[in-house]
Design a protein around this ligand. Structure first.
Ligand SMILES: [Zn+2]
Length: 386
């Protein structure tokens, strides 16, 4: 299979999540990797057996290099479906680009990694590899990775590695950090009365407006913290619900907020900051509470190992642009691999995440070939015997 046929093969196997059935696409990867002589395992979490992963290994010993990409895609929504100008699962090539759901996110970089495995398999057969190369084709990324990469890591299916490449859309630049997210719900409670005499009631929406103003000040204060690659932490109020009719004083109001954490921020301390904002206000006789905290980790890599320097050099030689390091704005499975990264971990792949999750998702074939070249060069310089 040539590079285009391989990517078409992946795109033509739908793997939308939800529902997150990755059996067929994981099997496709497994079959290709077995054919070239990899040792292949296909673990799946007992809670969701259709979330099948594929792990292919070549060589043995150290250093260990992991190439990781996810095999699930976002589903195609009804409005999005009308905007596609091609069949999203045909893998059509037009004007130097390959179109399809999952083409850029995340099947192009996966196909690049599979080609690098093919190259490494030939080397392994002829001269042996100076270490271990592992391909991880992971399920469940699009829904947070709890039953995908996090489960693989926690359940002991992945080894500690000296260098990890997490494939996502960075325009073939080297990304070394992304933010974490903490979500919370704030609720205010008042007393409902008829609107003819509102002063006899306690207005939960008015109380919430004071909290909103305080959170906005908090958001602006956060800009004094800055990370060199991902920028500043933020706090956004994304949803509000309260009241039922204009002629009654509302007795309940709730907001949901999204607090982006920069590398180094601890979730428990951020929870403390948010509590302090809410509790510092004088809202009596209304009451307020904050809870329903859910968070996902940030990721950060110092890029100070020999492997990282080598990878940067491989990018610099081919990319006609600043190689980075840059930040990666959406989250990724990198956050679940931090405990397994003995050396550096980077996010790397063709295209932009702005093209992902949208109609007419595509990858430029030139970018895809460049991704393969860079990864292959790095693996050759790191794991091939002279
Ligand atoms: Zn992705």
């Amino acid at each position: 299979m040539d590079a285009v046929e391989l990517l078409q093969g992946l795109v033509r196997i739908p793997s939308p999540n939800p529902p997150g059935d990755t059996i067929a696409v994981a099997d496709f990867v497994a079959e290709q990797m077995r054919a070239i002589g990899c040792e292949v395992r296909q673990p799946a979490p007992p809670q969701k057996s259709k979330a099948r992963n594929t792990i292919a290994t070549l060589g043995m010993g150290e250093p260990r290099v992991m190439l990781h990409a996810h095999i699930d895609t976002v589903p195609i929504g009804a409005t999005e479906a009308q905007k596609w100008s091609v069949d999203p699962y045909a893998g059509e090539v037009r004007d130097g680009a390959l179109y399809g759901k999952g083409s850029i996110d995340d099947k192009a970089v996966l196909a690049s990694m599979m080609q690098v495995m093919q190259d490494a398999a030939r080397q392994e057969e002829q001269k042996g590899l100076n270490g271990t190369l592992i391909l991880v084709a992971a399920a469940e990324e699009e829904v947070g990775g709890q039953l995908g990469t996090k489960w693989l890591a926690d359940d002991g299916h992945l080894p500690v590695c000296d260098f990890i490449v997490v494939g996502e859309q960075t325009g073939n630049k080297v990304a070394t950090a992304h933010k974490g997210v903490l979500r919370a719900t704030v609720r205010t409670t008042g007393k409902s009365v008829h609107a003819t005499n509102p002063d006899r009631g306690v207005n939960a929406i008015v109380a919430m407006s004071k909290i909103i103003a305080a959170l906005e000040r908090y958001h602006h204060d956060l800009s004094r913290l800055i990370h060199p690659v991902v920028g500043v932490p933020t706090c956004n109020i994304g949803l509000i619900a309260g009241g039922s009719t204009a002629n009654a004083v509302p007795d309940a109001c709730a907001i949901q907020l999204d607090r982006r954490m920069i590398p180094g921020e601890k979730p428990e301390e951020v929870v403390g900051e948010l509590r302090a904002v809410v509790e510092s206000l004088h809202l009596e006789p209304a009451t307020a509470s904050i809870g329903d905290f859910v968070y996902s980790r940030w990721f950060d890599s110092p890029l100070n190992t020999d492997h990282a320097r080598c990878f940067m050099d491989c990018v610099r030689r081919r990319l006609d642009d600043d190689p980075g390091p840059v930040g990666y704005l959406p989250g990724s499975d990198a956050k679940h691999l931090m405990d397994l990264a003995r050396g550096d971990m980077i996010i790397f792949g063709p295209g932009s995440y702005e093209v992902a999750h949208a109609a007419d998702e595509h990858v430029r074939l030139e970018d895809y070939a460049q991704t393969t070249d860079i990864l292959r060069d790095f693996v050759r310089r790191t794991l091939y015997a002279n």
